[in-house]
Design a protein around this ligand. Sequence first.
Ligand SMILES: NC(=O)c1ccc[n+]([C@@H]2O[C@H](COP(=O)([O-])OP(=O)(O)OC[C@H]3O[C@@H](n4cnc5c(N)ncnc54)[C@H](O)[C@@H]3O)[C@@H](O)[C@H]2O)c1
Length: 254
Amino acid sequence: MDVAGHAALVTGGGSGMGAETARALAQAGARVAVLDVNMDGASEIAAETGGIALECDVADGPSGEAAVAAAREAHGPARILVNCAGVGTPGRIVSRTGPLPLEDYVRVVNINLVGTFNLMRLAAAGMTGLDPVNESGERGVIINTASVAAYDGQVGQPAYASSKGGVVALTLPAARELAQFGVRVLTIAPGLVETPMLRALPPEIQKSLGDSVPFPRRLARPDEFSRLVMHIIDNTILNGETIRMDGAVRLAPR
Ligand SMILES: NC(=O)c1ccc[n+]([C@@H]2O[C@H](COP(=O)([O-])OP(=O)(O)OC[C@H]3O[C@@H](n4cnc5c(N)ncnc54)[C@H](O)[C@@H]3O)[C@@H](O)[C@H]2O)c1
């Protein structure tokens, strides 16, 4: 799909890979709505991309509904949704202080998995009634963000890994169901990407993480994610798949 002139929603667009995706979409001519709980980041990226910033907690039904309605009001119904919002809060199942508080597990799953589904259902509902844009009958594209932790979850990542595993498992049934409307669904599973999430770690840990990647021996860059997003949007035959973007890294147990 050619993105020029189309409306796009980017969750978590106020930082990291979401911000870079908003930039790439805007550069290609899309009208971008940046949805985030962090309004400072979202407003900055919206100003930079000529888009709009909308406060949205993806894990909350009404908050998602209000943001998608506001984006539609401003830009028309979106043909592109990129779900980047996520949190990586670590926590062992059992630590010195006892079992992981259930609310800690639920919070990560709510943001990463339920939040992805929340925006998917709302964006997809808006896409189904649109006219197709190309000879394939395509109406829209939904791209989710999982993680290699969906496959190689580490100690301390039970919530994160299972939330991202859910995003991977959601991809095929969503693509199968939305196929009748010409809406594609794909997921990207990044490895270790240099975003504020990882830049919060001490430099020596960042270096050792980069050294653990077979090739190229470094952390991935956010623009490598946004370039994959743009390729997926452009290449209509891609559908129902999760693509690892990781330099062949396989995470160690800890
Ligand atoms: N950085 C990595 O190495 C890496 C690796 C694999 C997967 N990921 C995934 O990629 C995605 C983007 O991560 P990033 O590294 O760019 O992180 P980031 O922290 O830079 O950006 C995440 C954004 O999501 C927003 N957000 C958090 N909770 C939200 C909520 N409830 N509603 C709306 N927005 C919310 C944050 O405010 C932030 O702007 C995440 O889903 C993350 O799990 C990151």
